[in-house]
Design a protein around this ligand. Sequence first.
Ligand code: RB5
Length: 154
Amino acid sequence: MKVALGADHGGFQLKELLAEFLRTEGYEVRDLGTCNTDPSDYPDFAAAVAEALIRREAERGILVCGSGVGASIAANKFPDIRAATCHDTFSAHQGVEDDDMNLLCLGERIIGPELAKEIVMRFLHARFSQAERHVRRAGKVKAIEERYMKAGGS
Ligand code: RB5
């Protein structure tokens, strides 16, 4: 599986650690920056990861910032991105199974590396259930997105 990774300065160290971990686990990692701890802006990296998913250059995305909050707010502005900050393993797999989450956000200042690795693995191993009720709800989320995209474009 191809995984796109991104972080601002607040998430740089955890992003580096996760990139190495995922490569050793056999994942194809696309590291979209940042490349150091110099101050940077999380929307830039949310855009890079979201656009990699939209272009189908990766199947899943992971963003790390200080809290995971800014990254998820920015990523969810992109069409077909379903991002959430998950700092527990249950949300990380259920978010995929029920909500078709395709982008996981983490806060380096909130969780430690071992929990982050477990959360990432639960996220990457999970698959959308395709259950009728979840497909219906995902369709309603998509309809909201399309309604406001059209409104913004007129
Ligand atoms: C950067 O200081 C910090 O605000 C950012 O990494 C993130 O936590 C935003 O949500």
